[in-house]
Design a binder for this molecule. Structure first.
Ligand SMILES: Cc1cc2nc3c(=O)[nH]c(=O)nc-3n(C[C@H](O)[C@H](O)[C@H](O)COP(=O)(O)OP(=O)(O)OC[C@H]3O[C@@H](n4cnc5c(N)ncnc54)[C@H](O)[C@@H]3O)c2cc1C
Length: 222
């Protein structure tokens, strides 16, 4: 059979907003002889924008997640596995000890929460950038009666420009709803510190070049 008639396989790596939207769009546009396969490490899609409401107790985790397997009803194959290696020459992706072949590859693996570049962050910091982090922080906030809460951006690049401010406002409102006036915790009880925060305001000199910035000097010359 000629290449034109042969069914092809598109592998979409990552089942977040980018991966799910891409897989859905491809499935709608491609003839059924072509396969669309989505790979994600977690079994559920989770909607990160709602993590702040999980943090503030306004949503449960099951309200912001959906099983990825449901995509199979639309004809998208779903593989729940960790992507370990991508070989662009052989067009294979290694997931949990086996190789998946691809004619086309879409990489939407997102950005990870990394703590090791800021001393003390892993042990003492909380995050709402992950669902388990938002759940844990919700529990901590429930128990707070005194002290000072500072919402910081620990690196000049992070997932959402508005999230630290939204978090500060939600925490403030949550404390007030429990009868705790945040201004009595300290003068600046709930503070959003985004001094270095203009995420992704500048790109690297060339497309694909890594963008590494010094947190103390977040705006390198173009
Ligand atoms: C608190 C918060 C609030 C936000 N609010 C907004 C908002 O209001 N509006 C807005 O537009 N954006 C918002 N964002 C940003 C938005 O959520 C992200 O831009 C978006 O989720 C990025 O989508 P993505 O598909 O690129 O990556 P992700 O959503 O991170 O998805 C990547 C997926 O790949 C998987 N993955 C990663 N590595 C592997 C691997 N090796 N093997 C298998 N799977 C892997 C991950 O588990 C994940 O499921 C917010 C983000 C946060 C954290």
């Amino acid at each position: 059979m000629s290449d034109r008639g042969r069914g092809q396989t598109v592998l979409v790596l990552g089942g977040g907003v980018g991966g799910v939207a891409t897989a859905n769009r491809l499935r709608r546009r491609l003839d059924r002889r072509h396969r669309v396969v989505l790979v994600n490490r977690e079994a559920d899609f989770s909607f990160a924008s709602s993590y702040l409401w999980v943090m503030s107790g306004q949503r449960r985790p099951d309200q912001v997640t959906r099983p990825l397997q449901r995509l199979q009803r639309r004809g998208i194959e779903v593989v729940i596995a960790e992507v370990r290696h991508i070989d662009p020459n052989k067009r294979t992706v290694t997931v949990d000890g086996r190789d998946l072949a691809a004619d086309h590859l879409v990489v939407t693996l997102g950005a990870d929460w990394v703590t090791d570049r800021v001393p003390g962050l892993a042990d003492h910091g909380h995050t709402f950038a992950t669902l388990p982090g938002a759940q844990k922080l919700a529990g901590e906030l429930d128990g707070i009666e005194r002290g000072r809460i500072v919402v910081v951006t620990a690196a000049p690049l992070y997932k959402c420009p508005g999230a630290p401010y939204e978090a500060a406002l939600l925490i403030d409102a949550g404390l007030r709803a429990r009868g705790i006036d945040p201004t009595t915790l300290s003068e600046e009880a709930v503070t959003a510190s985004a001094a270095a925060a203009q995420p992704a305001a500048h790109a690297a000199a060339a497309v694909g070049e890594p963008l590494l910035m010094d947190a103390t000097n977040p705006a390198p010359e173009a």
